[in-house]
Design a binder for this molecule. Structure first.
Ligand SMILES: *[C@@H]1O[C@H](CO)[C@@H](O)[C@H](O)[C@H]1NC(C)=O
Ligand SMILES: *[C@@H]1O[C@H](CO)[C@@H](O)[C@H](O)[C@H]1NC(C)=O
Ligand SMILES: *[C@@H]1O[C@H](CO)[C@@H](O)[C@H](O)[C@H]1NC(C)=O
Ligand SMILES: CC(=O)N[C@H]1CO[C@H](CO)[C@@H](O)[C@@H]1O
Length: 390
């Protein structure tokens, strides 16, 4: 009896030791994650050969299980156009089509070269980062000419943006597209009434788009024909055309359009991204931690192509078992944003003392995050996934 007990005990101990190393192997930051990522890459490459991701019919309803979302899909029609470039058709844009782009009522890729695999709309503009404004003008002109009857709202996004269309429709449901409105994350520099940052997407009402194309594009004193960052230029144009740049925060002041990567919003906060803070401060106060971001968030920015699948999976496919909707106050219509009448002055930014405190915090947290990043994800980068064009 004693011997049996001893053997059982020994077996149990060795079992746990083996399991421990087994687990440790999985959690070790070395090769394992690479292998997993590599498998994803191989899969993506195969779909290139088999045309899987490009030539499939878009079936938005496949992804919309909820009756309410389905109803919103038909009532609040959103045309999405994606600014892309020839070298990114395959590298980035197709991943938008494979993920969130499916949920737009109409999805259009604007580029300077035809590519039937996406497909793209080729517009007559010079390619290049310095020429985005020219591309934007031509894109909106094309969309107004060809698709004005097919949508109520017109979203511009990049090939590294992610948009939750259901939350966009929910937010837009309190507005009238016959009013001259435009929406996004508002920055306060350059333009008196602010402008919407381009990366997390911005949205024009039909009336704003009409004014832009029929009035603005005819008159270079209203909409400049010179090259400046496109989001600043469209902001200037919107101001001149008396289109209102709306507050898109939720009623708790949390952002719905998130201009930098989500991990930054959730940890350091965008005020501590000095580049952003010095050059392009936000119009409204911003918050960090979970209060940074609304539970009805809409636009995200700075995603790698693999992030598209990560977001899609976490937002649409995972359901924590036994948890339906943790929010008790979700309304059939959203509460208006805090500054719905656009009377708040621009947020002055932190005081000098705050800035010193922020700087210390930033150095401390960034070095902690960097250390974490080095051990956990240094080797996640892969040639095919590098975002090296900005
Ligand atoms: C990834 O796959 C390629 C071949 O497809 C191979 O050459 C490379 O060594 C792999 N990398 C890792 C980290 O497994
Ligand atoms: C991919 O599409 C092209 C053009 O439509 C076609 O010629 C080719 O056979 C397709 N490849 C596969 C593997 O289906
Ligand atoms: C939207 O505004 C237009 C013009 O101002 C008006 O005719 C229309 O009835 C409004 N629609 C709704 C749903 O309020
Ligand atoms: C943390 C980690 O595993 N880093 C490795 C990443 O890849 C380089 C080169 O392949 C290694 O030298 C690092 O040790």
């Amino acid at each position: 009896m004693k011997r049996i007990l001893r053997y059982s005990l020994e077996f149990l101990v060795s079992f746990f030791i083996v399991q421990f190393f087994h687990c440790a192997k999985w959690f070790s930051p070395s090769d394992q994650s690479n292998v997993i990522l590599n498998r994803t890459l191989i899969k993506l490459d195969r779909s290139e050969q088999s045309n899987l991701s490009f030539n499939t019919v878009m079936e938005p309803y496949d992804t919309i299980r909820d009756d309410l979302a389905r109803e919103m899909f038909t009532k609040i029609r959103v045309l999405c156009w994606i600014m892309t470039a020839p070298r990114n058709h395959w590298k980035k844009a197709r991943h938008v089509k494979n993920t969130w782009g499916k949920r737009c009522n109409k999805l259009i890729f604007i580029s300077t070269e035809t590519d039937n695999r996406l497909p793209t709309v080729k517009i007559a503009a010079v390619e290049g980062y310095d020429n985005l404004w020219g591309k934007t003008r031509e894109a909106f002109r094309y969309i107004w000419e060809h698709y004005r009857e097919e949508a109520d709202w017109f979203l511009k996004a990049d090939d590294d943006s992610f948009v939750i269309l259901e939350n966009l429709r929910y937010y837009l449901s309190i507005f009238n597209t016959s009013d001259p409105l435009y929406f996004g994350h508002k920055f306060k520099a350059y333009i008196k009434s602010g402008y919407m940052q381009g990366g997390s997407g911005y949205v024009l009402s039909k009336e704003a788009l009409r004014r832009f194309v029929e009035i603005g594009l005819q008159n270079p004193t209203i909409c400049s024909a010179t090259e400046w960052p496109e989001d600043v230029e469209i902001g200037r144009c919107m101001e001149n055309l008396k289109c209102k740049g709306m507050d898109t925060r939720d009623s708790y002041g949390r952002d719905r359009f998130l201009p930098v990567s989500l991990p930054i919003h959730l940890t350091l906060g965008i005020a501590e991204d000095t580049w952003l803070w010095d050059m392009h401060p936000s119009y409204y106060p911003i918050q960090r931690g979970f209060d940074c971001c609304s539970d009805t968030a809409i636009g995200f920015h700075q995603l790698t192509p693999s992030d598209m699948y990560l977001y899609d999976y976490l937002i649409y496919r995972v359901n924590p078992y036994g948890v339906k909707d943790v929010r008790s106050d979700i309304q059939t219509r959203p509460h208006p944003p805090p500054d719905v009448k656009l009377q708040e002055p621009p947020f002055p930014g932190p005081s000098a003392a705050d800035l010193i405190w922020l700087k210390e915090l930033k150095n401390r947290e960034r070095s902690e995050l960097d250390r974490f990043g080095q051990t956990e994800s240094e080797n996640y980068s892969d040639e095919n996934f590098q975002d090296n064009d900005k």
